[in-house]
Design a protein around this ligand. Sequence first.
Ligand SMILES: [Ca+2]
Ligand SMILES: [Ca+2]
Length: 132
Amino acid sequence: MILFGAENSIFENELHVFHHGEHESPADTFAPTIQLNEWENVFTRSRNPTFSGHASDDIGEVVAIQYKIGDIWNNCLASDGLFDEQEEEFICEIENSLADGEYRIYFRAEDNNVNLTDISNYSYFDFLFLKD
Ligand SMILES: [Ca+2]
Ligand SMILES: [Ca+2]
């Protein structure tokens, strides 16, 4: 009886570890989704406008949000100072001063399982810079 009990308990432990492991590292194949905060207008008079929004991941943590106007991706900032959670508010400050004109800004997100927003899923926003 004692021997049976011991074997049984080892079996249960293995089962427990297996299930635990499954919960610790589920397959994560999706990048976080991005929800942009709407501007009141589609134009700005600021040469260095700011965008903000919310990123959320079903599985995993948001580790980066980036924007691009043109060809180069730039990092956005986490509102709480660090991209390290499943839900993050972010701010993107456009560093290169804009010239007059129409622009499209793209956003993408990355999680801690190296999932990056697919090009077909980039969030974007069309706006105008009009100087005073
Ligand atoms: Ca994910
Ligand atoms: Ca955070």
